[in-house]
Design a protein around this ligand. Structure first.
Ligand SMILES: N[C@@H](CCC(=O)N[C@@H](CS)C(=O)NCC(=O)O)C(=O)O
Length: 211
């Protein structure tokens, strides 16, 4: 019997952050597939689960949490792992999670959605987003040139947030040759015991049939 249920789908980098954390903590969890590509997050039934209409949602008994950053903090406290070694580090962890949510995952997720799934081709919108992604990845690459992980020498939930979309660089047209410190760091995350690629960790890959 699982302790946790995660509402997720394979292509969701935001859900991957939570799924990866569950796996790295050795949690007993089960996925609950959300059919995002057929509009499930917009249905009244799903809005009753999460009024924000988003994946991921983590369920534990009667408790339901949404927002990957909240889920990561909750699991970190539950397992006493990956939260940062001091008060100062905990604040740094929060700082990088906020940066990720605003400037890394959100821009990459939107750019990848347009190119990879909506198949818009290059447009002024994708050009704008690509500029924002390049800026954010440049900041992250510079930071990882000075620090082994996002915060200090050990992995934290800040790394698991920041890397949510970064195991699909080809799906948003980026090469780690241009961001070598990010390439080195994603290799270190890939080597953590319990790491699994998002397409193998969550259900829904390849894409579900259009209804
Ligand atoms: N800040 C949120 C972002 C969640 C998010 O945007 N999830 C996407 C899937 S990756 C979603 O469910 N989008 C549905 C929608 O925007 O309609 C988090 O970190 O959990």
């Amino acid at each position: 019997m699982s302790d946790y249920r995660l509402y997720c789908f394979a292509q969701s980098g935001n859900a991957y952050k939570a799924a990866l954390m569950l796996n790295l903590c050795g949690a007993k969890w089960e996925p609950r597939f959300v059919d995002f590509f057929n509009g499930e997050t917009r249905t009244p039934d799903y809005r009753a689960i999460n009024e924000m209409g988003e994946v991921p949602v983590l369920e534990r008994g009667e408790k339901r949490l949404s927002q990957s950053g909240v889920i990561l903090h909750y699991l970190s406290a539950e397992y006493g792992r990956f939260g940062g070694a001091s008060e100062e580090e905990k604040l740094e962890v929060l700082r990088w999670i906020l940066f990720d949510n605003h400037k890394v995952s959100s821009y990459i997720g939107t750019l990848r959605f347009l190119i990879q799934f909506a198949k818009t081709g290059e447009t002024p919108v994708t050009e704008f987003l690509r500029g924002r992604v390049k800026g954010s990845l440049g900041v992250l690459n510079g930071h990882l040139g000075k620090s082994r992980f996002a915060v200090g020498d050990a992995p934290t939930i800040a790394d698991f947030s920041l890397c949510g979309y970064l195991f699909w660089p080809d799906e948003f047209g980026v090469s780690w040759a241009d961001y070598p410190h990010i390439g080195r760091w994603t290799d270190e995350i890939r080597a953590l015991p319990g790491w699994v690629h998002p397409y193998e960790l969550m259900p829904g890959h390849p894409l579900p049939e259009k209804r």
